[in-house]
Design a protein around this ligand. Structure first.
Ligand code: URP
Ligand code: ZN
Ligand code: ZN
Length: 460
């Protein structure tokens, strides 16, 4: 099967120009102006943008969490992602404390095998670092292609590790050529505040927000950065939300420390006023919580300055029925919100369309940087000869409205209900196959493949 895309506005992280792309089988074979090739299918992309398929390196599919499971599995989650122009996700495997990393890997292989529409990789969340876990790190990197190890500085009792374990893990991961990523909030401080509010009978979602003030994130981000610098491991902070945490990274950079920063689309779009809606606010109960306008501005500035490298989603969806588990107690509301489908269109609409970021920056933070940092470049993350033919043909002018009635995520509400966006995913090609065309799905469940990732050094 061959496809020729003609006259598109082609965008990579370093350049954009009007041109053509020729695809044969799963790969891009030629990129240039006025390509003259015979193809099984010719797509006229005049007036459209053509950019690399999005990579969302922060999603939680079918994940056991807070007494339930996230509502999208590998099939619904990766399909919703494709509808929005994301061709690959990296999901989190959670080690069960007391059990091995391999035990968790096998569980996630069973969840994903034959079920994904889009391509996927795994991060390994190490929740119990000990002498046995240590021995598995090398195997994960070299045998399984899992080169990033997630840690939690919060969620004590199930996921959190202490600084002793953190430094041990960092030392081993550095030795094996991997990266340590982190949910950086101070779990003990948060638990103290949760307990205090509950004792006072303050049980609404607002108190989820109030129990995770900015300092809890700023403190943990700085501490993580210092431990990473001490051990020399490539280090990446997931879902950063606030000015205080970003400033800690800015200060670290001045001391020649490198800490890579990811934010998520919701922290660029939404603010904490949404916690003023009674129990409806449970839709936006996530950790860390939404912040203030000054934090939103700070994150946009961080993107522009290159301090924030990646925009992900932290897609961790729950149905309204699941959210109601915390109707009388905010600490029981499953944390997370649905976003896997909307990341690219929201960032384009608010970022590129409103002149906050350039088109190449859009590609950098939605695809190229994730491919580079997580060991997949140039197979993924660029429009280049020899790369996987993962790409999006996008109408930059089409307006549409986000709604639970039309989205493909497995939730009965949307955090963005009624929001109008400018820019729409029209055609999505995944490894040479037209996967989505004008909303129609042309691939089967199981087309998505596991992506074995290479060793990483934290450099872009
Ligand atoms: O609220 C969130 N973020 N839920 C998913 C788990 C995590 O902390 O990333
Ligand atoms: Zn987290
Ligand atoms: Zn997460």
């Amino acid at each position: 099967m061959s496809v020729l895309i003609k006259n598109g506005h082609l965008v990579n992280a370093a350049e954009d120009f009007i041109g053509d792309i020729y695809i044969e089988g799963e790969k891009i074979v030629a990129v240039g102006e006025n390509l003259n090739r015979n193809a099984d299918q010719v797509i006229d992309a005049s007036g459209k943008l053509v950019f690399p398929g999005g990579i969302d390196p922060h999603v939680h599919l079918d994940m056991p969490f807070m007494g339930t499971y996230s509502a999208d599995d590998y099939s619904t989650g990766t399909l919703a992602a494709l509808h929005g122009g994301t061709t690959m996700v990296i999901d989190f495997i959670l080690q069960t404390q007391g059990k091995s990393l391999y035990n968790a890997l096998e569980e996630w292989q069973a969840k994903s095998k034959g079920r994904a529409y889009g391509d996927y990789g795994y991060h390994m969340a190490v929740t119990d670092y000990n002498e046995d876990t240590q021995k598995e790190i090398q195997l994960m990197v070299e045998k399984e292609g899992i080169t990033s190890f997630k840690t939690f500085m919060a969620y004590k009792g199930a996921l959190m590790i202490d600084d002793n374990q953190m430094v041990g893990l960092m030392t081993e991961v550095k030795k094996q050529g991997g990266m340590v990523t982190v949910h950086a909030t101070n779990g003990d401080m948060i638990d103290h505040l949760v307990h205090k509010f509950k004792k006072q009978g303050k049980m609404s979602p607002l108190y989820h927000y109030l129990s995770q003030p900015e300092v809890t994130e700023a403190e943990a981000s700085a501490r993580f950065g210092d431990m990473a610098h001490y051990t020399g491991v490539p280090a990446y902070i997931v879902h950063m939300t606030c000015e205080g945490a970003l400033n800690s990274v800015r200060e670290a950079t001045k001391r020649n420390q490198t800490v890579l920063v990811e934010t998520c689309i919701q922290y660029l779009m939404l603010d904490a006023s949404l916690y003023d809606k009674g129990f409806e606010s449970a839709k936006w109960v996530m950790s860390p919580p939404l912040r203030e306008q000054k934090d939103i501005e700070s994150l946009w500035a961080g993107l522009e300055q290159g301090l924030v490298k990646v925009v992900a989603t932290d897609h961790c969806p729950f149905t309204w029925e699941q959210k109601k588990m915390g109707e009388n107690d905010f600490s029981k509301i499953p944390n997370g919100h649905p976003a896997i489908e909307h990341r690219m269109e929201l960032l384009f609409s608010e970022g590129v369309n409103k002149g906050r970021i350039t088109l190449p920056k859009f590609v950098e933070v939605t695809s190229t940087n994730a491919a580079k940092l997580f060991g997949m470049y140039p197979k993924k993350g660029c429009l280049a000869i020899g790369s996987d033919a993962d790409l999006v043909i996008f109408d930059p002018n089409e307006k549409h409205t986000l709604s639970a009635k039309t989205h493909h995520m497995n939730t009965d509400y949307s955090g963005y209900e009624g929001r109008e966006v400018t820019g729409k995913t029209k055609t999505v090609i995944l490894r040479g196959k037209i996967a989505i065309d004008n909303g129609e799905v042309n691939i089967d469940k199981g087309y998505g493949q596991y992506v074995f990732r290479n060793k990483v050094d934290g450099k872009l």
